[in-house]
Design a binder for this molecule. Structure first.
Ligand SMILES: Nc1ncnc2c1ncn2[C@@H]1O[C@H](COP(=O)(O)OP(=O)(O)O)[C@@H](O)[C@H]1O
Ligand SMILES: [Mg+2]
Length: 263
């Protein structure tokens, strides 16, 4: 089966700096990937490539049987669900949560412009409910808490029934209860075979939902290690990724990491 996404020797260079350097990665059908790495490692750059929002300086990016640079990105983008801070910042504060979700189906962020199909509204409401914010549909996006916004954005990312789901730091800024509840929802999604190939960015191993199958570790624009989660998310690899001595522990399907005594 063709890969859902594949990067071959991809470099992204800006202002003389390599944000990603000779990155090769293959993401297969049905897989759920976590992207881990410190701030500035290139995680969001990788996400923007996979979202067809950025072209590589060199190398090849294949997404859903198409190749960036050879495909009309406006045909490709509806097949990709994206939730990111960058996207959140484009949403007008006065937009209702329900509109934020339903407009994904129309490839826009912005105000209610046309009559939306009843079936689309129903789907938007179902998705909001699935993320535990079913009662906030009428609320203005700008009045929602960080955690509520994250949930609305995740619902929006799934609205178009995408073939590739990209979540860039979906749990950033949430309190413990909010994080655990979101991780549980994302874990349920991960285990549902109907859920598309998913790539989730985080810097905390605690935020990797149950059911995630693979991990890619990034440091300074390069892949430290990538592969099946059990073999790849090791103390040694995480230590190399974050540049300090770390111990990874797994309990059930959840992970924790802490630094070894530094003295
Ligand atoms: N246009 C740009 N010019 C120069 N540096 C950039 C540009 N865009 C991003 N960067 C830098 O590239 C690095 C990687 O960014 P990013 O992919 O957002 O990292 P992450 O999401 O892992 O924190 C960061 O150090 C960031 O400051
Ligand atoms: Mg980032």
């Amino acid at each position: 089966m063709a890969a859902a996404a594949s990067l071959t020797d991809v470099t992204v260079r800006r202002s003389g700096k390599d944000l990603l350097r000779t990155v090769s990665l293959e993401i297969g059908e049905g897989e759920r990937w976590a992207v881990l790495g410190p701030n500035g490692a290139g995680k969001s750059t990788l996400t923007r490539l996979l979202a067809a929002r950025l072209h590589p300086t060199s190398g090849t990016v294949g997404i859903l049987d198409e190749t960036l640079g050879k495909v009309d990105i406006f045909e490709l983008r509806p097949l990709i669900g994206l939730a990111s801070q960058e996207l959140a910042e484009t949403i007008p504060a006065e937009e209702t949560a329900e509109n934020v979700v339903v407009t994904a189906g129309y490839g826009v962020v912005g105000r209610w412009r046309e009559e939306y199909d009843a079936v689309d509204l129903e789907r938007a409401r179902t998705l909001l409910a699935a993320f535990g914010v079913g009662d906030l549909g009428e609320r203005m996006f700008g009045t929602l808490s960080t955690g509520e916004r994250k949930r609305v954005l995740a619902a929006r990312a799934l609205m178009t029934d995408p073939e590739l789901l990209l979540l860039d730091e979906p749990a950033a800024g949430l309190d413990l209860g909010g994080r655990e509840s979101l991780v549980r929802t994302l874990g349920r999604l991960a285990k549902d075979p109907a859920t598309p190939v998913t790539v989730l960015v985080t810097h905390h191993v605690e935020e990797i939902p149950p059911g995630y199958t693979h991990v890619v570790l990034l440091r300074e624009g390069e892949i430290v290690e990538a592969g099946p989660i059990e073999q790849t998310l090791t103390s040694q690899n995480l230590t190399r990724t974050f540049g300090l001595p770390l111990v990874v522990e797994q309990r059930g399907e959840r992970f924790t990491a802490r630094s070894l005594s530094l003295n």
